[in-house]
Design a protein around this ligand. Structure first.
Ligand SMILES: [Zn+2]
Length: 277
């Protein structure tokens, strides 16, 4: 679902949620071990204290390691600027590369949209294609149209029709994927689209058509979404943690199916990772 206005409350950030409660099985220390007979004595007490500290320390290290590994998995291998995912990240011949400070340098004239995307750009206008240059491409935001049964072309024409300003609605998206898997580009990637509220200036938006109220995507829509997201991710060196739902920006139920079913969303992210080059 596109968003009428730029800018609204920041809410999202529901985080990756419960890496739960540990159960780092420290087991039963205490009892066992060398009993010296009789009273523990000072030496015995010191030994026991040391043993307890050792066990607690080991447990803490274990918990930390589990946390660290989980974080790594969730973020799809975070770390530096992306060199581990894209070994040529600093190569200036790359249409998008990193400078010495790890900042993204986008050579717009070299970024070519693949031929499986159909360009059907909106006219420049205040309401759906303001012609404003983006600040960066730091993320990808996934949406659903919330308009069951409509085609990519119909949604594209709806955005184009806003240009007249009769409804004073501000809305658009860089890409729209149809129920048949067609991918339309409505706004150049170098320009702002009105889809993702306060993330309009530094993300690329993808709207997906769907057949019914559940918001579930057809096989064709899903396949195109994975393909397009993986391509954008590779092109702009966007890590998995920066592929987000509209929900993650505003808390809105968009794309509905991926908000209702968190496991499907995570599966989608894994499918994108598998489809990176
Ligand atoms: Zn949305």
């Amino acid at each position: 679902m596109y968003q009428e206005q730029a800018g609204r409350r920041r809410n999202g950030s529901h985080g990756s949620g419960g890496y739960g409660s540990g159960s780092h099985g420290t087991g039963n220390y205490g009892s066992g071990g060398h009993r010296t007979g009789g009273r523990p004595g000072r030496r015995g007490r010191e030994n026991r204290t040391r043993n307890i500290l050792l066990v607690v320390g080991t447990a803490l290290v274990a918990v930390f390691l589990v946390f660290f590994i989980r974080t790594k998995v969730f973020s799809g291998g975070s770390g530096g600027a992306g060199e581990e995912l894209w070994p040529d990240a600093h190569d200036p011949a790359r249409p998008v590369h990193l400078d010495g400070d790890g900042k993204r340098v986008i050579q717009w004239e070299k970024v070519q949209v693949p031929d499986w995307v159909t360009k059907d750009l909106l006219p420049v206008n205040e309401f759906s294609r303001p012609g404003t240059f983006v600040d960066d491409v730091a993320g990808i935001v996934i949406h659903y149209t919330a308009n069951p049964g409509t085609s990519a072309e119909q949604n594209r024409n709806y955005f184009a029709g806003l240009a007249g300003g009769e409804t004073e609605t501000y809305a658009s998206s860089h890409f729209i994927i149809g129920i048949d898997g067609t991918i339309l580009q409505c706004v150049p990637m170098s320009e702002v689209a009105y889809a993702s509220n306060e993330r309009n200036r530094d993300t690329i938006s993808i709207e997906c058509c769907h057949e019914d109220e559940s918001g579930k995507f057809s096989k064709e829509t899903y396949a195109s979404l994975v393909r397009l997201t993986a391509w954008l991710s590779d092109t702009y060196m966007i890590k998995t943690k920066d592929i987000i739902r509209h929900y993650d920006v505003t808390g809105k139920s968009c794309p509905k199916y991926f908000v209702d079913y968190e496991d499907k969303w995570e599966r989608f992210l894994r499918d994108v990772e598998k489809n990176r080059q």
